[in-house]
Design a protein around this ligand. Structure first.
Ligand SMILES: [Zn+2]
Ligand SMILES: [Zn+2]
Length: 334
């Protein structure tokens, strides 16, 4: 026969530890709580405890703060929080208390909560159109072009990613101008990251200028303008730099061009290009489609598919059709 030990206090429940049931054990532990204040940003949900704002893991900070608002006997300490509930007026905690004499005991407590609402510094910056840097997206030819919108989309996507980890990383506004796009950034370091991103994607160059925006805490505040100029040419465009060059291909750091005088292909790096004094002669290429009628012995008979004009070209082609680029009454293949 199994005899069940009853609790020595209530005589009702089964004894659990030191002759006491769980409920009578919990009664031995005296916990009190103090009122707790919490500020929440109504726009983004960030929470402020004391002086600091927390933009992530708000619950964790609230629970930690609630724990610090519990007063207990010097023989007791909180071993862990089993579960919690954050309500409108109180934070309820299921705690495991470590008592010097009784060991681990479960105990529930509510910490009274007073929540006030206040816009956080980040939301204040965003709504106040705060910015530290401007990215000025421009084309090399200074004409507004779709390439700027592609670059803008890349930047917007990139900034969304940064914002997930840092609320201070945001775009405060984008202005569309006749000559390009101006992107205003909340954090100056992000502009440097964007420069690197643009360098990876485009044949471009950067120029950074700073201007005094004011003073804060006896320190000069600067704003940074990053002028990003993107080459808005395509294969078949023609540039002049001592010689006339037909653009063969453009990659992020280099461009291959055909020297129309000598016929050879050379490579120009973006550094050389932007340092040099190149002029754009033809932006939109003059391209014609030709049908290959015959191709052998190092030459081809071609027919212009639009004008039906026949030409002989000093090169063999494998395909039935070929695009040629016209410049100065001569045709080039890329
Ligand atoms: Zn009992
Ligand atoms: Zn906020």
């Amino acid at each position: 026969m199994i005899t069940v030990m009853k609790c020595i206090i209530c005589g009702k429940n089964e004894a659990y530890k030191s002759g006491l049931c769980r409920s009578c054990l919990a009664d031995k532990i005296q916990l009190k709580s103090e009122n707790m204040d919490l500020t929440v940003c109504p726009k983004c949900g960030a929470v402020r405890l004391g002086k600091s704002w927390h933009y992530d893991n708000g619950d964790r900070y609230i629970v930690r703060s609630a724990e610090s608002h519990i007063i207990m006997d010097k023989n007791d300490k909180i071993s862990r929080v089993e579960s919690y509930n954050i309500g409108e007026n109180e934070v309820t905690l299921d705690l495991i208390i470590e008592d010097k004499n009784l060991g681990e005991i479960e105990k529930e407590i509510s910490v009274p909560l007073k929540v006030s609402k206040e816009s956080c510094p980040v939301c204040n910056k965003v709504t106040g159109s705060y910015y530290e840097s401007v990215i000025q997206l421009r084309t090399y030819t200074t004409q507004y072009g779709k390439i700027l919108e592609d670059a803008r989309d890349t930047i917007v996507k990139f900034m969304k990613g940064l914002n997930r980890n840092d609320p201070n990383s945001f775009i405060s506004r984008i202005d569309t101008l006749k000559e390009g796009l101006d992107i205003y950034l909340g954090k100056k370091e992000d502009a440097v990251k964007i420069d690197k991103l643009m360098e990876l994607d485009y044949f471009c160059n950067m120029k950074i200028t700073k201007s005094l925006a004011g003073r804060k805490d006896s320190k000069d505040l600067f704003r940074y303008t990053h002028l990003v100029r993107i080459l808005d040419l395509v294969p078949g465009s023609v540039i002049y730099g001592g010689s006339y060059y037909l653009v063969k291909s453009i990659r992020s750091n280099t461009m291959e061009v055909i020297d129309t005088g000598k016929g050879n292909t050379i490579t120009i790096s973006s550094k050389e290009f932007f340092r040099g004094s190149f002029r754009v002669i033809v932006k939109d290429p003059d391209r014609e489609k030709f049908i290959v009628l015959a191709s052998h012995d190092g030459e081809s008979q071609l027919m212009n598919s639009r004008t039906f004009e026949l030409i002989t070209y000093k090169k063999e082609f494998a395909g039935k059709e070929i695009d040629l680029y016209r410049y100065d009454n001569k045709f080039y293949t890329l």
